[in-house]
Design a protein around this ligand. Structure first.
Ligand SMILES: [Zn+2]
Length: 439
């Protein structure tokens, strides 16, 4: 099993096995940054093989059980290789139990530090694109979405936020175990643990009409009031995005604000992580808050099948910033589009939006050109068909993986005419096409 799953991340993910559920039990000591874990993975074999390869970085495995039997294994820098007693056979059901421990830390690579990261007082996980393996053994690729149950035992003054719903806390001897469960499948890069001395509570709507979607906040007592003031606007954003993109795909929406300054906010499922610096009342902070919320539809509920389609995340989330701007009575999308088009026209035109290459997958040009592509489509089709496409898109593919081809096919279905020629050059040619004339 040495073939690659994705040419953008050739060292992550494995095509031979499908993992459908992760049940993680973690014991974490903050000050020494010491993690002891027991990971229970459920899945099945996709091919006959003598080994199962999982991703795991910087942590030492002490014991592996496959279907209750102890198995031999070895570790490389990024892989846990489990050896079959005889062989693993296609369709064989797998229940893997992996005991591991160590001092977790981020993995350095093409996209900077990713994964488990210590804060001044706590932890954050920034998993995109290949950081999940820094804290649990996994098949780390967005095409391998799975359900999760995560239990983390920490000192009782700390709060743990993870994916899905909080299903219980158990306190003993000054330590508390927090259990979170995500019944909605999520990509491994969205799996998260956020630890801090956080207060938890609802986000108030302030002067906005309260959203039908429950919104939760976790941050330090010091930041609480500022965060409430800065985030009340999310109630209005949620209403705009539900109208434009279709129903919010998860049970609730959560925000974690770290005491530390963060270079960029992070998306997780169903939450976003902001730094204290993202609470300022500026358009730049507001657009990032909108951007992260939009990822719940584009990226999280609908996840690209391969990293080459990253524009399906970032182009859509960037366009959501402009939608929010327009629908909240600020600058119209058309003006954002004209300004960004002029900016991109002065930059190198050497990447293909629908396949930008691994090194450029988080390049700002992917974000802005992706948004411009959607705006161009909107100008060609008009609002009714354009937003009809977005709502059908999120409805039909919720919880699944998506591709550019699937988007074009669905757009054609909604409009009853070919759509690909309208945005072909935006997606597949390097030179920046002109913006279509406004309808
Ligand atoms: Zn983004």
């Amino acid at each position: 099993m040495t073939s690659t799953l994705d040419s953008y991340t050739p060292h992550s993910g494995t095509p031979g096995v499908r993992i459908e559920h992760y049940d993680l039990h973690l014991d974490y000591k903050i000050l020494p940054n010491r993690l002891a874990g027991q990971a229970m993975l459920r899945g099945w074999m996709l091919e006959d093989a003598r080994t199962i390869e999982l991703d795991l970085i910087g942590l030492a495995v002490s014991r592996v059980l496959v279907n209750g039997r102890r198995h031999r294994f070895k570790q490389t820098r990024t892989k846990l290789v489990i050896k079959a007693i005889d062989r693993f056979v296609v369709d064989e059901k797998l229940a893997l139990t992996i005991h591991y421990s160590g001092t977790p830390g981020p993995a350095m690579g093409t996209w900077g530090d990713v994964g488990w990261e210590e804060l001044t007082d706590g932890v954050l996980v920034a998993g995109q694109p290949t950081g999940a393996a820094t804290w649990f053994p996994c098949n780390d690729h967005p095409s391998s979405k799975a359900t999760f149950r995560v239990t983390v035992l920490v000192d009782s003054e700390y709060t743990v936020i993870s994916n899905g719903e909080l299903v219980g806390t158990r306190r003993r001897a000054g330590r508390t175990a927090w259990t979170w469960e995500s019944a909605e499948p999520l990509a491994t890069y969205l799996a998260t643990v956020q630890i801090g001395q956080y207060r938890r509570g609802a986000i108030e709507s302030g002067s906005h009409a309260p959203s039908r979607v429950a919104m939760a906040l976790a941050c330090s007592e010091t930041l609480w009031d500022r965060a409430q003031q800065a985030l009340a606007v999310q109630h209005a954003m949620m209403a705009v995005f539900e109208r434009r993109f279709g129903p919010y795909p998860f049970g609730h929406y959560g925000i974690v604000v770290t005491d530390d300054v963060l270079e960029i906010p992070l998306e997780s499922q169903p939450l976003s992580i902001l730094g204290r610096n993202h609470l300022s009342r500026t358009w730049n902070s507001e657009r990032l808050v909108a951007h992260e919320m939009a990822h719940q539809w584009f990226g999280n509920a609908l996840t690209p099948a391969t990293w080459s389609d990253i524009w399906l995340n970032e182009g859509f989330a960037c366009y959501a910033e402009w939608i929010w701007s327009e629908d909240s009575g600020q600058k119209p999308a058309q003006r954002h589009a004209r300004e960004q088009h002029a900016r991109l026209a002065g930059q190198p035109q050497d990447l293909v939006l629908a396949d930008p290459g691994a090194a450029d997958m988080f390049d700002d040009r992917v974000y802005k050109r992706g948004a411009l592509t959607l705006h161009a489509l909107r100008l060609h089709l008009g609002d009714e068909d354009f937003f009809g496409i977005l709502r059908r898109w999120t409805d039909q593919h919720r919880g699944a993986n998506v591709t550019t081809a699937a988007f074009l096919a669905l757009a054609e279905q909604v409009c009853g005419r070919p759509v690909e020629p309208l945005i072909h050059d935006w997606l597949y040619a390097k030179p920046l096409p002109p913006l279509p004339v406004q309808w």
